[in-house]
Design a protein around this ligand. Structure first.
Ligand SMILES: [Cu+2]
Length: 117
C-alpha cells in the first residue's frame, strides 16, 4: 500500500534537467543546484572560493518536508521554496569559513564552504 503511494508520488515528479557538475570559476556566478529532498539539502555543502559570488538554485522536490523555505545566514529574508520550482538566491562566499543555510526549523542545514587554498 505504502509502496504504491510512493510510486505514484515519484511518477508525478517531473524529471529534473541535468545539473551542471562543475562549479563556476572564481568570480563567476553560475547557479549551483541544491535540492531539498527527504534527506534535507543535497548537496549539503557547496564549495566556493573566498569571496566568490554565486547563485544557489534551490529546488524543493518533496511535498512533505519542513524545509519549504530556507534562511541564509546574514540574510533577513526567509526565502519560500515552492514545490518543484527553482528559486535562485544570490550569495557571496565569506573570505573564509562557511556561510550556512537552514530550514525554518533549523533541522536541515547546509553551507557554502570556502576552500582555504
Ligand atoms: Cu525544518
Amino acid at each position: 500500500m505504502r509502496t504504491f503511494f510512493l510510486a505514484f508520488v515519484l511518477a508525478a515528479c517531473k524529471p529534473s534537467p541535468p545539473a551542471p557538475a562543475l562549479l563556476p570559476p572564481a568570480g563567476g556566478s553560475a547557479a549551483v543546484e541544491v535540492s531539498v529532498t527527504t534527506k534535507g539539502f543535497e548537496p549539503p555543502r557547496v564549495q566556493a572560493a573566498p569571496g566568490q559570488a554565486l547563485v544557489l538554485r534551490f529546488t524543493r522536490k518533496v511535498a512533505e518536508t519542513c524545509a519549504d523555505a530556507v534562511n541564509i545566514q546574514g540574510d533577513p529574508v526567509k526565502h519560500m521554496l515552492p514545490l518543484n520550482r527553482p528559486v535562485d538566491i544570490k550569495v557571496t562566499a565569506p573570505p573564509s569559513g562557511e556561510l550556512s543555510f537552514v530550514c525554518p526549523m533549523q533541522m536541515f542545514r547546509g553551507a557554502v564552504v570556502v576552500s582555504g587554498k
